[in-house]
Structure formats: C-alpha cells, structure tokens
Ligand binder design. Structure first.
Ligand code: BGC
Length: 495
C-alpha cells in the first residue's frame, strides 16, 4: 500500500472513531439525562407516597382539628363554620324559587319549581355564564353587578306564569362558595377569597348586602332568603332525593365538605338549641393542614407563589385548580435539570397554570397505543413536538402519581369526617350516603375511582358496606333553592 493510501485509511479510521465517540457521548448524555429525569420521577413518587397508615394519621388529624374548630372560633385551621341550617329539606317544599351559584369560573342562575309533598321538582331551568377573569380580581361592585345583571336577564326572559303574585317578591338562595362567617341563614361576611379570586374591598363585608345593593342597581326586586356554601347546597339537594345523605363533599376547582353535627357537640354555638338537635357545619376543609400531609418542594413553591400563601394547603394538594399546576412544575424541573424535552426548555412550560387539570386528566386517560392524546396535549399546550413514546409514558406516570396522592388524601379526609360522626365502623342497616359534586369528581374518572376505592380500603370490609357515594349533579343550586323555600319570608302565611 502506498503512503497516500495509508494516510487516507488512517484519516478515515480516525473520522469513524471520532463519529463513534460522538455517538457514544451523545448516547451517554441522553442516558444520563434520562436517568436524571427518572430520578426526579422516583423522588416525586416517594414523597407523594400515601400508604394506608399515613392516611389514617391524616384522618385522625382531621378529626382532632374538627373538634378544635367546633370548640372555639379560631381554635383550628379548620373553620367549622356554623351554617344556620338546622333543618334539611323534607320534600314538602313548594313554590317557585331561584338560586344564584357563584363559586368558581362559572356562574349559574336557576329557577326551580317545587311541587310539595308528592310533586318533587316540577320543573327547573338554568342559565350559565363564565366569570370574566378580570372580575375575579377587580371590585366587589363590578362582580356583583355582573351577577345581578345575569339574574335580571334571566327574569326578564321568563314566562309570565312564573311572575310572583302582586305584593310578593321573588325569593332566592345564594350559593356563594367561599369561606363566610354566617350571622344568620341569610347574612354573612366574607372571611377571605380562595380559588384565584382576590377582591380586597369585599373581605369583611356582608355578601347578601352587597348582592342586594347590586340587584337594586340593576332594578331587580328579589329577596335573598338563604346564603349557603356549595357544600351546604349539595347536602340539602342530596337529602331531598335521599334521606340517608349526611355528608356533602365538593371536589372541583376548590374542595370542601359539610356534614350534619349534633348541636350539643358544638361548644362554640351559643344560640338556642335547634328543635332538630342538629346543625349543618361547613368545614372549609380546604384549609386543613397537618404535618402528616405528604408535601413536596413543588407544593411549597406553588403555595408560596399563590394569591393565598399559607392558606388552603389541603385544597392545593387535592383540588382541580392545582393538580395540573403541580404537574407543570414537575415537568419544568425535568426540562431544566434533565433536558426532558430536549436541549431547550420550552418557554410555555414556564407559564403558571397553563396546564389545566382537565388536560392532565385527558393525558392520564389516554389509552391509545402511541399515547396520541399526550403527544397532542404536549404540542398544543407547551409547543413541544416529536416527543418519544418513552417521554409520553413518563408524563402519564406523573399524572398518576399526582392524582393518586390527591384522591387518596381526599378519601382520608372523608374517613376523618366519618370517624368524627361515629360512622366509620357502623355495620347494621344504617346507611350513610355521601353526596359528591364538582368537576374533578365528575370528569376525572381515575381520580374518582381511586378516591372511592381508598375510602373502602380505609373503612375495611364491614364499615364500607354501610357507606355509599352519590353523585349529586348540580345539587348545590337546587339545594339553595330548597333552602330558600324552607326559609321563605312567607313560610308562615298560607299561599
Ligand atoms: C371554598 C369553599 C368551597 C370549596 C368548593 C373552597 O375554595 O373555600 O367555600 O366550598 O372551595 O367550591
């Protein structure tokens, strides 16, 4: 072989070696990035762990806080608010009543026609509008004017047969799903906002007075007979259709629970003992906090950067407003530290709340072989294309870890309430039905299944046979109308 030929061969061999070295280095970098990404997943999984023993500690802590919150005002992070509802609907309610339902991104106006003892719900009609985001952080006047205007429109458009007889006012139940210190069944002051609402001039004011002023400004003559939380409305609506309903839980944008308590077990209640001997309590459990909660660095950061830092810690772990945001935060860390989506961190991944829980749910439920839904969501939301199947699988795994923790903790909360009520071990014929509502419960199937199975796990064989879940679809609006009926200003007159 001539010198030239040898030289060419050597250069060629060197080039091949260099290319091979590059490939090896690239592969090594990829595999070490992947290992780093997986380490983040495993760490999350470990920190989110919620074995049965831990859930029982959470449930016990919930029970302890319930006692403390009932003992004195401010005695616990759990407000255990007295709803002033000491009688739930009986089914005898009769007449035409209205409800306004404000508590999240949507707002509803309802009219319910109640047929009395045998008539049940004769008819119902509703209109829905979404709350423009700027109204969630504006002034109370702007928010309430918007609501009153929707009510005015609804009433103007309705048939004449629904017009009240001369000398009578229309009556409504106002479902206002934020923490309110009730002074009576139809008055109460807002304690603070949750779920992304933040209207400072409203805090400390009477919610019904603000609504009444706005209705006056809009020329609407309607009397507010009942002010209720959505959990109380759901409990009332649930009881109307099933007499065994004793607890209501909302799993939606926010989360909360209400239940029927013995009036004598409420030391902070100084009013007269109700004839029923019972009082419905709005727990405001979203604000529950305990050292047993499996919190991660993502939860701490989410909380610190939220509009209500330090508040609603339980809500931030389990409710619909936050699950997608937790997932976004984990993905961002994986993108930054492990180049999970390639060399560049996708800019969209840095936008808070860009990943909504319904999108997370869609990815979690993707059953296609190539995880097409996950691929499309990553493209549409974060503008990340060409993800590998392995990457998409990891995303589904993250959805599962985050949703499972939320659902299991929600079940532990319910178990705590059942314990407080002494219904965690009941066997016999006595049934306790839990009225459930909220978009998370309704639409996130894996979450719902996990929540229900975990409660069965916690109750054990015997206990679980006497507990049942019931989806109370839109019960809170109907419940508010029912409570408006039972607290009508005309209830002692013959109609
Ligand atoms: C509110 C509760 C409400 C729950 C569900 C929470 O953020 O504080 O009052 O019941 O969301 O809507």
């Amino acid at each position: 072989m001539g010198k030239v030929a040898v030289g060419v061969a050597v250069i060629g061999a060197a080039a091949v070696c260099a290319a091979a070295a590059l490939i090896v280095r690239h592969r090594m970098r990829c595999s070490s990035r992947w290992a780093r990404a997986m380490a983040i997943v495993r760490e999350l999984e470990e920190k989110c762990g919620s074995p049965e023993a831990k859930l029982k500690q959470v449930a016990d802590a919930m029970t302890v806080e319930m006692h403390a919150g009932l003992a004195s005002e401010g005695g616990s992070k759990l407000k255990m608010l007295i709803s002033h509802v000491d009688n739930l609907p009986t089914g005898d309610e009769e007449g035409v009543y209205y409800a306004l339902d404000l508590g999240g991104t949507n707002f509803r106006v309802l009219r319910v026609e109640l047929g009395g003892k045998t008539g049940g719900i004769v008819s119902q009609e509703f209109a829905e509008a979404s709350i423009p985001p700027e109204l969630m952080v504006g002034t109370s006047e702007a928010l309430f004017d918007y609501i009153a205007a929707e009510l005015a429109k609804f009433i103007t458009e309705e048939e004449e047969k629904y017009h009240p007889p001369p000398g009578r006012q229309r009556e409504l139940g106002f479902t206002f799903s934020f923490p309110v210190m009730q002074n009576s069944i139809n008055s109460g002051t807002l304690m603070r906002w949750t779920k992304g609402f933040s209207i400072d001039d409203m805090v400390g004011n009477d919610v019904v007075a603000e609504l009444s002023k706005a209705m006056h400004r809009q020329g609407v003559d309607v009397h507010v007979s009942a002010l209720v939380n959505d959990t109380i409305g759901t409990l009332a609506g649930g009881r109307f259709s099933n007499k065994d309903v004793a607890i209501a839980v909302i799993m939606g944008t926010g989360t909360n629970a209400a239940y029927v308590e013995r009036a004598q077990a409420i030391p902070k209640w100084h009013g007269p003992l109700p004839n029923s001997g019972e009082m419905v309590i709005n727990m405001e459990w979203g604000n529950f906090k305990s050292s047993h909660l499996p919190l991660t660095e993502y939860d701490h950061a989410l909380d610190a950067e939220s509009l209500n830092a330090g508040e609603q810690v339980f809500e931030k772990l389990i409710s619909g407003m936050y699950l997608g945001e937790i997932l976004r935060r984990v993905l961002l860390r994986m993108a930054e530290e492990a180049a999970f989506f390639g060399d560049e961190v996708p800019p969209k991944l840095k936008t808070p709340f860009v990943l909504r829980t319904p999108d997370m749910s869609a990815m979690h439920h993707d059953t296609s072989a190539d995880l097409r839904v996950v691929s499309n969501k990553l493209k549409d939301i974060f503008e990340v294309s060409n993800t590998t199947l392995k990457t998409r699988r990891a995303v589904v795994e993250l959805c599962n870890i985050i949703a499972t923790r939320g659902a299991r903790l929600a079940a532990a909360g319910i178990f705590g309430v059942l314990k407080k009520m002494g219904k965690d071990t009941s066997t016999g014929a006595e049934k306790t039905v839990i009225a459930m509502d909220g978009g998370l419960y309704e639409h996130y199937t894996e979450y719902r299944k996990c929540l229900e199975n975990t409660l069965i796990e916690l109750l054990g064989g015997d206990g679980s046979s006497s507990i049942a879940f019931e989806h109370s679809n839109d019960g809170s609006g109907i419940g508010a109308a029912l409570l408006a009926a039972s607290h009508s200003q005309y209830r002692n007159e013959s109609s």
